[in-house]
Ligand binder design. Structure first.
Ligand code: ADP
Ligand code: ZN
Ligand code: ZN
Length: 732
């Protein structure tokens, strides 16, 4: 096969289309076009559109086919090459998705659209000629303080943000106006910041973990599970491992869950590492994302901290990959290319020959299983670092107790006690809105979403209805649409209603609600929590509060609504609930104040609660893994889920039935369940069905999919439905 444009008659291009094949184009037209290399972006005609694709190879072209020429080569140097291209090819095979879609997913949106690689200069401030001689004559004040700092060394804006306090920008403007300082562009990696925080002396367990990562770095690839309780100093281990990596002249990539990437966390990294720390998350605009990606591609960005899609960051000088809270569900992409960032991080680490450090207080059963069978090194941090003591956990039996908006008198008494001791309280309820259902007390009618098989959630103290599945909104009806009665009542309790009740019961302290409704933006949460400071108060929140922002004054965590999670059909529900409970409980007593956790339940004897409270997370995980093994569920079996949806249920069902036949032909041994209606059979107006594939042998599962996928694309039924394949699905 020809390896370059010059001796090939066709250039193969992967396009972001739901079609499995690459497309051939005519390469040679002018010198610039001949420069197209594998991994470069090219602009091509497709039908009557223009698309941006990636060159994936060169070939002889199809006999007799009339090829259209490339319209332009966008990159003089390939964007994808070496390890990243190889890993992404692997991902396309593993997810059985078109390579063109995988490559497009791996690019920031601006580059996907074909925009040129952005300038990656950072901005810095330095004293001007006049400033260097004249700064000492300035009056005392912010401008003088800044000038003094700049006299010592030129400072980039990230460092100033982290170290010069708020208000440095107006001081800088004041200096610039007087001609004393100037803003200059510098390469992103040109300036080293001076760390402002000292590393604490690692304890013996942390030392062992840091040494294990160091030894692994010398050997190449290794996967290590850092299994440590909340507050045990996992982040401290990451920081020292990253410092090692930087000292070896290598880049470090740190993945964090969507809600874990707080300004506090970034500030901690910046204060310690002495290099610019680049954040990649959904709060950035397209230009900022493309800049960070490109700075990493150029090798300028040395530490990249980002959420799920940051796993696609190019790492030409890779030294370490860290996945914090590796059990977190936000690492799984739920549409498009359904990748798992933790799993892909492991694949990349292996291809790059660098260690991958997975950290969690509640490791996923997959990772624990891999630690037990020796695939991951198992590093344990069983104790809290520093002064904090573990919280005391109490199960509160509320059977037959009078409840006020779901709160028992005992729980309210605990809240009162904690506030009296000047503590802060977190009341945790994983349901946002005012109430989950609006019910007519006269006839039993309830408000259902017109487009989903689900009730509408009540918001705005009963005035508004909202579907949490399709986003539909409407005003609450003034009277029952069925019987005309006026006895419409919100049923059950969400965070809004809890906030209302608690604000009434504890009017002397602030009551703050933290959920997606109240804090759409990252900094809104920050401002809310900063406003509370260290005074006594109550936080009411959903899982947004289970991790992320540090809450050092929390002395009581009260969990209400445990029961809803105890009896779910999803085989992962127990694992998710146990993780959530342990994570929320871990928020209590992080600093100098001892913590208490109260779990309010109608099922105090439930095995999950009993095992968790008396044996801890690992006892729970042991029991759960034994059950999974017996039932043949992951990690002891490998799953893939074929989903289909259409306006009517018939085409979706017909597609899955035909797919089942194709899969059955490919491997008669494969276990196939369905087609069955999805857990929520109708959503946003679509009828949804699914076919579950299961095999104890991962390779057999993939071989069957490999053989059957071309047939699925070719099925006439495939064009009458929206369908997708999810390998290793998290939600069944
Ligand atoms: P985790 O990431 O496991 O929740 P952190 O790394 O955030 O834990 O550590 C929890 C707290 O303990 C932090 O305030 C941290 O500064 C402190 N800490 C961590 N390691 C040590 C240590 N070896 N000595 C003293 N304090 C420590
Ligand atoms: Zn009614
Ligand atoms: Zn809906």
């Amino acid at each position: 096969m020809p390896a370059s444009a010059t001796d090939a008659s066709a250039c193969q291009v992967a396009l972001p289309l739901p079609l499995p094949q690459a497309f051939d184009y005519l390469p040679a037209q002018g010198a610039a076009l001949r420069a197209a290399a594998i991994g470069s972006r090219v602009r091509v005609p497709f039908g009557n559109r223009e698309l941006v694709g990636i060159v994936t190879g060169f070939g002889p072209g199809q006999d007799g086919a009339q090829l259209r020429p490339l319209l332009g080569v966008l990159d003089p140097e390939p964007l994808f090459h070496g390890e990243l291209l190889q890993s992404l090819r692997w991902l396309a095979r593993y997810t059985h998705a078109p390579l063109g879609e995988v490559l497009a997913t791996a690019l920031p949106a601006a580059l996907r659209r074909g925009e040129p690689l952005p300038d990656t200069h950072a901005w810095a401030w330095q004293l001007s000629e006049a400033g260097r001689t004249g700064w000492a004559r300035l009056r005392a004040g912010r401008p003088r303080q800044l000038a003094e700092r700049l006299h010592a060394r030129t400072c980039d804006e990230d460092t100033l943000d982290a170290q010069a306090g708020t208000g440095w920008r107006s001081a800088a403007r004041a200096l610039a106006q007087r001609g004393l300082a100037e803003r200059i562009a510098i390469p992103a990696n040109a300036l080293a910041a001076i760390p402002t925080a000292q590393a604490p002396v690692a304890n013996a367990e942390q030392r062992a973990a840091i040494d294990a990562v160091r030894a692994a770095s010398r050997a190449g690839f290794a996967s290590l599970l850092l299994d440590g309780v909340t507050g045990s100093g996992k982040t401290e281990v990451y920081l020292q491992a990253i410092a090692d990596c930087l000292a070896r002249g290598r880049q470090a990539l740190v993945l964090v869950p969507e809600i874990g990437l707080t300004p506090q966390m970034l500030a901690r990294f910046r204060a310690r590492l002495g290099v610019p720390v680049h954040a990649l998350h959904s709060g950035l605009n397209d230009n900022e994302r493309a800049r960070v990606w490109t700075a990493a591609w150029r090798g300028e960005a040395r530490v990249i901290v980002g959420t799920r899609s940051a796993v696609f960051t190019p790492l030409p000088d890779a030294g370490l990959i860290v996945v914090d809270e590796e059990h977190d569900g936000s690492y799984k992409q739920l549409d498009g290319i359904r990748y798992h960032a933790r799993d892909f991080a492991l694949v990349r680490g292996k291809a790059l020959g660098v260690p991958v450090l997975l950290g969690s207080a509640t490791p996923s059963l997959e990772s624990l299983h891999n630690a037990r069978n020796g695939r991951h090194a198992h590093l344990r941090l069983p104790h809290r670092a520093g002064v904090a003591r573990p919280p005391v956990v109490r199960v509160l039996d509320v059977r037959k107790r009078p409840l006020q908006a779901g709160l028992s008198p005992e729980l309210l008494a605990s809240v009162r006690g904690a506030l009296a001791g000047d503590g802060q309280v977190l009341v945790f309820k994983n349901r946002r809105g005012y109430a989950p259902v609006l019910l007519c007390h006269d006839c039993g009618w309830s408000a259902q979403c017109r487009r989903c098989d689900a009730p509408m959630t009540v918001h705005g103290a009963g005035r508004r209805l909202q579907c949490h599945h399709c986003g539909a909104r409407q005003a609450a009806p003034p009277a029952c649409p069925d019987c005309g009665g006026l006895a419409l009542q919100p049923q059950g309790v969400g965070t809004e209603r809890l906030e209302e009740i608690l604000a009434e019961a504890f009017s002397q302290v602030p009551v703050l609600r933290v959920d997606r409704g109240s804090t759409r933006r990252r900094d809104a949460l920050e401002a809310l929590l900063d406003g509370l400071g260290d005074q006594p108060g109550i936080l009411v929140g959903t899982q947004m509060l289970a991790k992320g922002h540090d809450l050092p004054h929390l002395t009581l965590v009260a969990v209400v609504g445990v029961d809803e999670g105890l009896f779910s059909a999803d085989f992962r529900a127990g694992e998710k609930l146990a993780q959530l409970l342990v994570q929320v409980a871990g928020r209590a007593g992080r600093a100098h104040k001892p913590g208490e956790v109260v779990l309010q339940t109608h099922h105090p004897g439930h095995p999950l609660l009993q095992t968790l409270v008396h044996g801890g997370y690992h006892a729970f995980a042991d029991a759960e893994l034994a059950q999974r093994e017996e039932a043949g569920f992951p990690p002891f079996a490998h799953l893939a889920l074929l989903r289909a949806e259409a306006k009517q249920s018939e085409p979706a069902h017909a597609f899955l039935q035909a797919a089942k036949t194709a899969l059955r032909d490919a491997d008669p041994q494969l276990e196939l369940h369905g087609p069955l209606p999805a857990p929520m059979p109708r959503r946003a107006g679509y009828q949804r069905a699914q076919l579950l594939l299961s095999s104890p042998d991962r390779r057999a599962l993939h071989a069957a999919l490999e053989a059957a996928m071309p047939r699925l694309y070719a099925l006439p039924e495939s064009r009458k439905t929206r369908w997708s394949l999810d390998v290793d699905p998290l939600d069944l």
